[in-house]
Design a protein around this ligand. Structure first.
Ligand code: SAH
Length: 216
């Protein structure tokens, strides 16, 4: 049963206010975050903690992203309604839902079978309808490319070339990439066929981006 009562809504409003004081200024992103019932994406033991500004375990050794990280990456993506977005690392489906609330058409890849199955059910119950793929995010989804935007929600050891090629000209990728042992948030704009412009946005924490599907 999906329960999203006045108490959950109140906690969510507080969380959004906290995100605003921490520097998230994009009102459209904050509005989308206020709509998504984060507690539904978390294991029942943590429901009470769903609206604290923290990352939490979601099973299979993975975590639901930190709300600040979700807000920050969503802001950097500058989503326009109707845009086609590829997400790497479906995980809990929370970031996926925020993108859908922003009006995007979302394609998302997850490499863990357990999470792929579990999250598909949760998103379905909530009435969200992204295209979900059980596969390897390093490869992207060439059959559905190009994408207006790409968001990577796990820490990449390097910039995956296949993903850069699946961006539209004028498209943007937001991805945490390892540099000297730290994960640096990067925005990469594809300005021409073979011309990419890169910007850095500070250090973040993510579970690692790993190759190949697991648990089929
Ligand atoms: N967006 C998610 C973040 C979950 S953590 C959320 O809001 O909850 C990152 C996820 O990336 C994990 O579920 C992990 O299994 C997945 N992942 C790691 N490497 C991957 C890869 N190569 N391809 C697809 N998913 C990957």
């Amino acid at each position: 049963m999906i329960k999203d009562d006045y108490r959950h809504k109140g906690l969510r409003k507080q969380m959004v206010e906290e995100l605003a004081t921490k520097g998230i200024t994009d009102r459209v992103v904050l509005g989308a975050i206020e709509k998504v019932p984060r507690h539904i994406f978390m294991d029942s033991a943590f429901v009470e903690l769903a609206y604290q500004n923290k990352a939490f375990p979601i099973g299979a050794g993975q975590t639901i992203s930190h709300p600040f990280t979700v807000a920050f990456q969503s802001s950097l993506l500058q989503v326009a309604p109707g845009e086609k977005i590829l997400e790497i690392g479906t995980g809990s489906g929370y970031q996926t839902s925020v993108l859908l609330e922003l009006g995007a058409r979302v394609y998302s890849i997850e490499r863990q079978k357990y999470l792929f199955d579990k999250t598909r059910m949760i998103l379905n119950k909530l009435g969200y309808d992204p295209y979900l793929s059980y596969g390897d995010g390093f490869k992207g989804l060439p059959g559905f490319a190009p994408f207006d935007k790409i968001i990577v929600t796990c820490g990449a050891p390097f910039l995956p070339q296949a993903l850069l090629k699946q961006l539209t000209i004028g498209g943007r990728m937001v991805i945490p990439v390892e540099e000297e042992g730290k994960l640096i948030m990067k925005v990469i704009d594809r300005v021409e066929e073979n011309d990419y412009v890169q910007m850095d946005f500070g250090e973040f924490r993510f579970v690692p981006m790993l190759e190949k599907r697991q648990g089929s």
